[in-house]
Design a protein around this ligand. Structure first.
Ligand SMILES: *Cc1c(COP(=O)(O)O)cnc(C)c1O
Length: 381
């Protein structure tokens, strides 16, 4: 039987050699490889500055920490996202104010933003959901009007651009993830991009205890001062060495993702009872993370049966995300959200199946995935 895993890290001989070469030397942290990876990532995205960190969660927390977000402050957060987008706000003692999704793409519903802004609102955070960029022109004009910071969660959007500009450079800061099944991986890891080089320099200090000079900037070894509060959110040299190889592979990975996405979408055209999340508007250059299939009303109730049939035929699936964040127990208990709130995000969580399009798969795999979904739907009908 064919097996089509949902995701698989693409680690090859070059990544292995790069990791080993770090282990052969004496420098495991704050060395040249981290700097090189930051420069390469900045070049790829077009960012004036990029700051490597230990994860995307760390990236977002560090940005809010550096902004000085405090209890009483509010940040608009999409309801349909990874919990990290909200946790980063919550960790500062500030309050995430959740915003429902739009049903066509699953992205934050921009029409709802303005009515949720209060005198306590400090920032708007958005997620380029499943690699579909958000209309940041609209988000930015709302943010500018109310003097708000704009945080882009780019964990699923490496390669995604709006009007030619890479995600993470459209708002005030972008946070990327290099977790194993994301577009590229360093096992764990993250990156912050920003157009503000002074802000990037401050983030770089605060990711390493708030120390005033890096190891290479110290005239006398071991002598430094601490000028601000900071965290230890550094990426290490092994991760960075792997990342440098992965960056060079982004164009190939993306080309395969885009081709798989196209083939799978075309193959699913004839399947009844489903809609595919996404956009065909050419302004929005997507970096497909998966194809999310939204099942129509009656079929949605059979979702788990359909998933079981797909999995039994070797097709890996996932759900993005299993519940709207405000319906997760921690947020529900803390803020008292009922299950009737955020109906669009809830519909996507309850009725969607994420199908793989990653670079570990080819067009034949896509034909197989489409055929298995078609069969599974016929069988449960
Ligand atoms: C994976 C993911 C994160 C978390 O990334 P880490 O690097 O694991 O911290 C955050 N936001 C979104 C949208 C994600 O998909």
């Amino acid at each position: 039987m064919r097996t089509v895993p949902f995701g698989r890290p693409m680690i090859g001989s070059k990544e292995k050699a790069a990791a080993l070469s770090v282990l052969d030397g004496p420098i495991l942290v704050h060395g040249p490889r981290t700097k090189a990876f930051e420069d390469e990532f900045a070049t790829y995205t077009g960012a004036p500055a990029a700051v490597s960190v230990s994860s995307c969660t760390a990236a977002m927390h560090l940005v809010y920490f550096s902004l000085g977000l405090k209890p009483g402050d509010e940040v608009l957060v999409p309801a349909q996202t990874h919990v990290a987008t909200a946790h980063a706000v919550e960790l500062m003692g500030a309050k995430p104010v959740f915003v429902d999704a739009e049903i066509t793409t699953g992205n934050i519903d921009i029409d709802r933003l303005e009515s949720l802004i209060t005198p306590r609102t400090r920032a708007i955070s958005v997620v380029h959901y499943l690699g579909v960029p958000i209309d940041m022109q609209r988000v930015n004009s709302i943010a500018q009007k109310h003097h708000l910071f704009v945080m882009e969660d780019c964990a699923l959007s490496i390669g995604a651009r709006l009007d030619g500009i890479h995600t993470g450079l459209l708002g005030d800061a972008g946070a990327f993830s290099f977790y194993p099944v994301k577009h590229i991986t360093t096992a764990e890891g993250g990156m912050i991009t920003t157009r503000d080089t002074a802000f990037a320099a401050k983030l770089a200090r605060q990711r390493a205890f708030g120390v005033d000079r890096t190891a290479s900037e110290r005239k006398v070894p071991g002598v430094y001062d601490v000028t601000m509060l900071g965290l230890n959110y550094r990426m290490n040299e092994i991760q960075a060495a792997i990342g440098s190889v992965q960056v060079t592979r982004i164009p190939d990975f993306l080309a395969t993702r885009r081709q798989n996405d196209k083939v799978l979408r075309e193959a699913l055209l004839k399947t009844n009872g489903i809609q595919l999340l996404g956009t065909t508007d050419k302004r929005f250059e997507c970096s497909p993370y998966c194809v999310s299939v939204l099942l129509d009303g009656p079929l949605a109730e059979k979702r788990l049966e359909i998933v079981a049939k797909l999995n039994a035929r070797g097709v890996g699936t996932s759900v993005y995300y299993p519940a709207p964040v405000p319906h997760m127990t921690y947020y529900r208990e803390k803020y008292g959200y009922g299950f009737e709130t955020f109906p669009v995000a809830k519909r996507i969580s309850d009725a969607s199946i994420a199908l793989p399009v990653g670079p570990h798969l080819n067009m034949d795999d896509m034909a197989y995935v489409a055929e298995c979904l078609q069969t599974a739907i016929e069988e449960v009908a």
